[in-house]
Write a protein that binds this ligand. Structure first.
Ligand code: NAD
Length: 442
């Protein structure tokens, strides 16, 4: 019989996971406390931008294999297995993770369970959460019903979420029994048959695997941004430097793009939560490292604002700036902790008239930064600009034609905040071209 699975929390992670499980042939019920989200998804509409997801959600809601509800009791009655995919944002006061949603789900689900089940955590959580969650569940289960907790962290990248979910690099099964491992092996049978490596671990290692991966990636980005700073002082070129480092197979070129740094709903809050958890556990080394990584990351945004001012003669007051990109990364409409919006706000504070263009994220950006001006077409941002800033490396923005853009602006000045533009082509078209880490930035 086909396994029936509930996916609780249907945001970027959960909606993708639910749709991909339906694609793999399971009967899936997505649960979210947001009635608006459930309503949209039930009608086959994805309320955020994720390439390839619309087709999956539309197709599988139409076939009936994928349904959505706000009701945890319905999920308890329907599913053999439950995934927890709710948000674990940074606490409003402090840097630790806010786990309210995770524990609310466990407390809300447990009393409705009528048969023994596995509750699989997918949200990113501080190490130790799974064990606590198991105790929360146990305390609320009806007599004779058992619920085992497993942890199966998710490594998907926004913008590539469908592909990453259907064809993951590796699978991590944090379990406390062979039974839970078997359930996970059944769910991921297609990927396992294709040879995807499976790491079966204890709960704590599985929880740590996710935050350690994010901490490592964040460290790599901050490392190259620290090298960008010294490159500027020393007259070196951080892109050439990254190419040299990247050819070392032990290092690799990915995540060595200097620029305005990382953002989004994961890396910043995950490294802060890990640092906070490390402090609680008395593990000072990772805490100290990650605090520096965070500082370097935020400093890169400020350095970009300084460079923008320097390019305009030291004064941004009244200058019109075309800020290209608002999402924290290309192919996404996610603006959580977006470096692009941080830079835009810094330029505005210095008196610039900032016009923001993003191919997908303008609505989300407007909701969090309504004080900025958003335009619907890149040409409207470029029109009469004194300075252009590439803040998110969307392919269509990286592919902008310097000649055509030059005809629209007032002054041909461009700051490549992502080190992705072809410097030669822009300079040949008469642009003053600057980028962090490519000599003589402040
Ligand atoms: P999100 O904010 O897009 O989605 C979270 C969803 O949970 C929302 O739809 C919200 O309404 C719902 N929710 C919150 N409380 C609930 C409750 N009590 N009951 C039911 N639903 C509830 O967040 P996201 O980006 O999908 O992240 C979810 C988790 O996955 C986080 O722990 C995150 O760190 C992790 N993660 C995210 C990504 C990513 O790329 N976005 C990748 C890997 C892991």
């Amino acid at each position: 019989m086909t396994l029936r699975i509930s996916v609780i929390g249907t945001g970027y992670l959960g909606a993708t996971h639910a749709a991909c499980l339906a694609e793999l042939g399971f009967d899936v019920l997505g649960v979210d406390r947001s009635a608006a989200k459930v309503d949209a998804l039930s009608r086959g509409l994805v309320p955020f931008h994720e390439p390839g997801l619309d087709e999956l959600v539309a197709g599988h809601t139409a076939s009936g294999r994928l349904r959505f509800t706000t009701d945890l009791a319905e999920a308890a009655a329907f599913a053999d297995v439950h995934f927890i995919c709710v948000g674990t944002p940074q606490q409003s006061q402090g840097t630790a993770a806010d786990l309210t949603a995770v524990f609310d789900v466990a407390a809300g689900l447990a009393p409705h369970l009528r048969h023994s089940t596995v509750v699989i955590g997918k949200s990113t959580v501080p190490v130790g959460t799974a064990a606590e969650l198991a105790a929360t569940l146990r305390a609320r289960l009806p007599l004779g019903v058992e619920a085992e907790v497993a942890w199966n962290p998710e490594f998907l990248r926004e913008g590539h979420a469908v592909q990453d979910t259907l064809r993951p690099d590796r699978l991590v099964f944090g379990v406390t029994s062979p039974g839970a491992e078997l359930v996970l092996r059944e769910i991921y049978a297609a990927a396992i048959e294709r040879g995807t490596p499976v790491h079966v671990t204890d709960l704590a290692t599985a929880e740590l695997a996710k935050v350690a991966a994010n901490a490592f990636l964040a460290t790599k980005i901050s490392f190259i941004n620290a090298m960008a700073e010294i490159s500027d002082r020393a007259g070196a070129d951080v892109v050439a430097l990254a190419d040299v480092l990247g050819d070392d197979a032990r290092i690799g070129r990915r995540f060595l793009d200097a620029g305005i740094g990382f953002g989004g709903g994961c890396l910043p809050k995950d490294i802060r939560a890990l640092a906070a958890r490390a402090a609680e556990l008395g593990a000072p080394s990772i805490r100290a490292l990650l605090e520096d990584v965070d500082d370097i990351n935020l400093r890169a945004r400020d350095r970009a604002a300084d460079l923008a001012a320097a390019m305009c003669g030291g004064d941004l007051d009244g200058r019109r700036v075309a800020l290209l990109g608002a999402a924290f990364k290309p192919l996404s409409d996610d603006v959580r902790d977006s470096p692009a919006l941080h830079v835009a706000a810094a330029l505005r504070r210095r008196g610039a008239d900032v016009r923001v263009f993003d191919p997908a994220a303008a609505n989300n950006a407007r909701a969090v930064a309504p004080e900025l001006t958003y335009v619907a077409h890149v040409d409207a941002a470029l029109h009469d600009a004194d300075l252009v800033v590439l803040a998110t490396d969307w392919p269509e923005l990286v592919a902008l034609d310097p000649g055509r853009a030059g005809a629209l602006v007032r002054s041909r000045r461009i700051l490549d905040g992502r080190n992705k533009l072809d410097e030669e082509a822009w300079t040949a078209a008469g642009w003053a071209f600057r980028a962090l880490g490519r000599a003589a930035a402040p």
